[in-house]
Design a protein. Structure first.
Length: 226
């Protein structure tokens, strides 16, 4: 496994690691020694390549155990995704977020990686405490891992909830003129209410907004009638 500053990272990404788990799945499912696992994967048990393979499996939480290795529930969900595409994506996201460095980078970037490597390295150094020489040697590898992870990671944390991810103001014309719409946001207007909502959670938020607007109109009508 690799190390950058205070953080470890896998030498291979999730897809490659999962391919190796799948290759040895029958043995891992029942429990297998590291020597027999190396034989199944056609590598040398005491070689650095195999050590890095197993380290990646552990870091993604695809295997557990010491002398005898077994697949985890997470590995089973990924090798045999019987609950559909969304559950498989969530399982992949969980696997990636088991890597502390990937989780920290995602908290910082939220999927928007700086185009300039200098800016990326500066943030990576701030996050990991790595020295310049380490960044030049390993920063590209870490960036590639995070880029691979992005296809499985949610751009907006579900735990954050809708209010924190939603912008509402009373003057939509002014906001529209001064704030360009980001690619991952959707724009809605309901009377005097103007919303910019991450596309990923729009389906959850919009029904609540409509319900609120209708309730507000009903209250206003009752007031006018009285």
């Amino acid at each position: 496994m690799g190390k950058l500053g205070d953080y470890n990272y896998p030498e291979s990404g999730l897809q490659k690691t999962l391919e190796r788990v799948t290759q040895a799945y029958n043995g891992l499912r029942d429990g297998i020694s590291t020597e027999n696992l190396a034989q199944l994967l056609d590598v040398t048990a005491k070689g650095g390549h195999f050590i890095n393979m197993v380290a990646a499996m552990r870091m993604f939480n695809l295997v557990s155990g010491t002398g005898t290795l077994r697949t985890t529930e997470l590995a089973d969900r990924l090798v045999h995704p019987i609950l559909g595409a969304e559950d498989e994506r969530r399982a992949r996201e969980e696997a990636w977020l088991n890597i502390d460095l990937i989780r920290r980078l995602h908290e910082r970037f939220r999927g928007r990686i700086p185009a300039r490597m200098e800016e990326f390295y500066a943030i990576l150094r701030e996050t990991t405490g790595a020295e310049r020489a380490e960044l030049e040697n390993k920063g590209g590898k870490v960036r590639a891992l995070y880029e691979e992870a992005l296809s499985s990671l949610s751009l907006v944390s579900e735990a954050a909830g809708a209010p924190a991810a939603t912008e509402a103001v009373e003057k939509p014309q002014e906001v529209a003129a001064t704030m360009p719409l980001p690619a991952d946001m959707m724009e809605f207007k309901f009377g005097s209410i103007y919303l910019r909502i991450p596309a990923e959670i729009a389906g959850q938020v919009i029904p609540l907004v409509i319900k609120y607007v209708e309730s507000k109109k009903t209250t206003q009508q009752n007031t006018e009638e009285n």
